[in-house]
Design a protein around this ligand. Structure first.
Ligand code: UDP
Length: 326
């Protein structure tokens, strides 16, 4: 049994690769290095630089390494970019994953774990958002992830494929002891941007709106520690192999934090001011996204034990001390 990790040199993927290797799982990483970092892939994993849309190559890699499970992290993730330039999101997230599945089905890979997102829900009717809430994405990013979930549902009904879509809320934090952290270029996410502003590594943080219908007027998100996300993938893979994994699950901490609370935590833990300016709302952002992760708790026994704002920001700050983070 070998796990194929597509996008394994990226932020969440790299943490999952380490978690799988910790449990003695043979791992093959596929990454085109368009945004991933080769040096995060440990020597214990076999590395293949390839595009997931190369179906023939994907099928061959699966056959060569006796892959029985694939986990896909590869894709475009920026909400703002998805609104301004949606074709890249549709091409990579939908087109790329459709082609990847061609290779996996041809190679008869029976298990698939898909990185999905809270953005499939859009503006929620109920908060915290339950696992069975209606999906109504408000931006192309969420729409592409939902499209793939729908495709996977049809495939699993028709073919010998069991899958789960893990709907991440806001992946954050780092594993500084292993040199793993969040490193996007350009960086668009709140926590690394707030830290970089505090450390003088960028100009002032832009806060996207202070007129939202929330207690302090800034958006509320559910930040979940990336190492907790990694645990959930390991548990989901085991449940798929046992034949008892739900098709979709929320992964969040059930705690909401506003942008101003995140900034306050960065200032408190770093001892530095976060220079900032309040600017217009970012198109595509909902006001509040907080998860109820009942299904992951019940079906997987998952506990997001590291997902406090202090731990997340503390680990992210420690990672930013690493020269690689610069
Ligand atoms: N945000 C912000 N300034 C930034 C980056 C993000 O004000 O430089 C806000 C963003 O509008 C959202 C929250 O922080 O309300 C989290 O955004 P992020 O891009 O980190 O994650 P997303 O919720 O889009 O997945």
């Amino acid at each position: 049994m070998t796990a194929l990790v597509i996008g394994g040199a990226g932020y969440v993927g790299s943490h999952v690769v380490h978690a799988l290797l910790d449990r003695g799982e043979p791992v093959v990483v596929v990454d085109d290095l368009s945004s991933g970092h080769r040096e995060t892939v440990p020597a214990a994993a076999h590395f293949v630089q390839a595009d997931m849309a190369d179906s023939v190559r994907m099928a061959r890699v699966c056959a060569e390494h006796a892959v029985d499970a694939a986990l896909c992290f590869a894709g475009k993730i920026e909400v703002g970019e998805s609104v301004k330039d949606p074709r890249r999101h549709w091409r990579t997230n939908v087109g790329g994953t459709v082609a990847l599945l061609e290779g996996l089905l041809d190679a008869r890979v029976p298990h698939f774990v898909f990185s999905s997102t809270a953005a499939v829900y859009g503006t929620p009717e109920v908060v915290p958002i339950p696992d069975d809430a209606t999906e109504r994405p408000t931006n192309p990013y969420g729409a592409t992830k939902l499209a793939v979930e729908r495709m996977l549902g049809a495939y699993a009904d028709a073919y010998p494929l069991a899958y789960t879509a893990l709907r991440y809320f806001n992946a954050a934090g780092a594993d500084p002891a292993r040199g793993l952290g969040e490193r996007h270029d350009p960086e668009t996410h709140l926590i690394p941007n707030a830290i970089r502003a505090a450390l003088g590594l960028r100009g002032p943080l832009e806060v996207f709106g202070d007129d939202w219908p929330t207690p302090d007027g800034t958006c509320v998100r559910d930040y979940v520690h990336v190492s907790d996300l990694a645990d959930a993938h390991v548990l989901a893979l085991a449940a798929l192999r046992r034949g008892e994994c739900p098709r979709a699950m929320n992964l969040g901490s059930t705690a909401g934090s506003s942008v101003n609370e995140v900034i306050g935590t960065v200032e408190h833990l770093s001892g530095k001011v976060v220079p900032r300016r309040y600017v217009a709302r970012r198109p595509g952002d909902p006001a509040v996204l907080v998860a109820a992760s009942a299904r992951a708790t019940t079906a997987l026994g998952w506990q997001p034990s590291r997902s406090t704002l202090d731990r997340i920001v503390g680990d992210a700050l420690a990672w930013h001390a690493n020269p690689l983070a610069r």
